[in-house]
Ligand binder design. Structure first.
Ligand code: T46
Length: 141
């Protein structure tokens, strides 16, 4: 039923964090923060200005994106609705459910995007063509 997910199923989550005189500690605690077991962790960094990352959807993957440094915008698209989310705090994460097209833009020079993911890397699980994505969304499973 992942094709039925909408942008409104994605949400910004406040992570557990402590700020004191030595800075922030932010933590993701699976059971209380996110609705999936973390299988893979990766991060994108050193992103040239004006680059767009993403530009794809996932059939099954659930993700939590965190701007551990800097900021960027994520354009979420379910084929009908679009929503723009900004990440700019190390204690906030964007939960993206499967079946959502995303483009990540407006990276600040110091941005790092940490991603916690529910599955191992599998290229066959990506939809990298927008027309194919729209077909996936309209499919009668
Ligand atoms: C997403 C955004 C936020 C791997 O070999 N293993 C991996 O775990 C990943 C994530 C990528 N790759 C390879 C696949 C490509 O040849 O690294 C290359 C760049 O990946 P991609 O074009 O998918 O990069 P982004 O930044 O557009 O997207 C990535 C994730 O793929 C995606 O799930 O949501 O970061």
């Amino acid at each position: 039923m992942n094709h039925l997910n909408t942008v409104y199923d994605c949400s910004i989550i406040e992570l557990k964090h402590i700020l004191n005189e030595i800075g922030y500690v932010s933590s993701v605690e699976g059971a209380s923060n996110i609705s999936f077991d973390i299988k893979r962790v990766y991060y994108i960094s050193e992103i040239p200005l004006d680059v767009t990352r993403g530009g794809h959807g996932h059939k099954c993957l659930k993700q939590l994106l965190v701007a551990t440094t800097g900021s960027f915008d994520i354009i979420l698209d379910d084929g009908l609705n679009k929503q723009v989310c900004t990440l700019n705090q190390p204690y906030q994460g964007l939960l993206i459910v499967p079946g959502i097209w995303r483009e990540i833009v407006n990276f600040s020079a110091d941005a790092t995007c940490l991603v916690l993911a529910s599955l191992d890397y599998d290229e066959t699980e990506y939809i990298r063509d927008y027309d194919e994505f729209l077909k996936f969304k309209k499919k009668d499973y």
